[in-house]
Design a protein around this ligand. Structure first.
Ligand SMILES: Nc1ncnc2c1ncn2[C@@H]1O[C@H](COP(=O)(O)OP(=O)(O)OP(=O)(O)O)[C@@H](O)[C@H]1O
Ligand SMILES: [Mg+2]
Length: 324
């Protein structure tokens, strides 16, 4: 048998005290190599990187590698297990035109899913125009990191959130060049200590479907996308283009959300921005129009559960649960 496989096999029943499971059960052995001095080099993923855990595992591994197998030495690098729930679903919230309400929809959808008992994480991937912190009234928040450069998401009302705004000084726009974008996405998707319980990741995208879409593919291969538009002809026109562009990148578009559809007073509906733009986009892209949302007062960004448009958001959330 291959030398490396023998080492893996012999170490498989060693227990990680921080999870009380074996290295095999946790699929903890991430790398095994043997250097020119006959020293075994390993990367082991652990539940917790505390001294108790690393000392015990080091001792157990050294015993097998040196005494039983006769290698000269062993070097172990420990990494903490990523907490992301592998079953979690990802929904991308996109648009053609800017300012149509992607971020507003993302935040309200997060609340609606939470009200339905789901655990939600928001990734504010609008690299240049992040405004999730503003919606969550948490612009002063500072991201906390652990010793290994992992970051903890911000949390409010049981919703977890990360934003590019937290990576730069306040009031300073983030000036990221192309290649940086992938790094930020890696940080949010792979190096953020999300709750293990998260069922849905909502990704608030910048307007348009450009570079970021390509980068996203590296992190969320099976993500689905919804497109937000207003009823306006100009917005719908660009939303259709964005939809086709997404499809060209083999991005699965599952529906359209029309925002600012009407203004309601005393049961009268006023179609201020025109009518049926969302339907036109949905028809063109051969997907469902998932919701039409009213124009609301500026100080009611997060809708109440029992009022409009909170009720519409609950229905939207139920549809999305089914579609994902
Ligand atoms: N249904 C609505 N009724 C009234 N105002 C709304 C509605 N939806 C969004 N807004 C307001 O419109 C503005 C733009 O919304 P939002 O930031 O959600 O759009 P966006 O698509 O994320 O924009 P950007 O492209 O800049 O990221 C915000 O001030 C928001 O409060
Ligand atoms: Mg936005």
């Amino acid at each position: 048998m291959d030398e490396i496989l023998v080492i893996k096999e012999k170490l498989s029943s060693i227990i990680d005290p921080s999870t009380t499971q074996t290295l095999a059960e946790n699929d903890s052995i991430k790398h095994v190599g043997i250097d020119e001095n006959n020293t075994v080099i390993m990367i082991i993923e652990v539940g917790e990187k505390d001294q108790n855990t690393t000392k015990q595992i080091t001792r157990d591994i050294a015993k097998v590698v040196k005494l039983d197998l006769g290698y000269a030495g062993v070097k172990i690098e420990f990494t903490k297990r990523k907490l992301r729930n592998k079953e979690a679903k990802t929904l991308l919230i996109a648009s053609g035109k800017g300012g149509v309400g992607k971020s507003t929809v993302t935040a309200n959808l997060a609340y609606a899913l939470t009200r339905l008992g789901k655990r939600v994480g928001i990734i504010d991937a609008d690299i240049y125009g992040a405004n999730m912190p503003k919606i969550f009234n948490a612009t002063n928040h500072k991201l906390m990191g652990d010793a290994n450069g992992k970051i903890y998401p911000f949390e409010k009302d049981n919703i977890q959130m990360v934003s590019t705004e937290y990576l730069v000084d306040e009031k300073r726009a983030l000036m990221l060049r192309g290649p940086m974008l992938g790094k930020v996405l890696k940080l949010f998707f792979e190096d953020t200590l999300w709750s293990e319980e998260i069922d849905y990741f909502l990704v608030d995208l910048p307007p348009g479907t450009g570079d970021i879409m390509m980068d996203l593919k590296n992190f969320t291969e099976d993500a689905k996308m919804v497109i937000v538009t207003t009823p306006q002809e100009s917005a719908a026109h660009i939303a259709i283009k964005a939809g086709y562009a997404a499809k060209d990148l083999s991005q699965d578009v599952i529906g359209v959300i029309e925002n600012m559809s009407y203004y309601e007073v005393n049961n009268e509906f006023h179609y201020i921005f025109g009518k049926d733009g969302g339907k036109r986009v949905a028809d063109e892209l051969l997907v469902e129009l998932l919701a039409t949302l009213p124009i609301t007062k500026y100080d009611k960004i997060i809708a109440e559960e029992t009022e409009m448009p909170g009720i519409i958001y609950l229905n939207l959330a139920k549809k999305i649960i089914k579609l994902l």
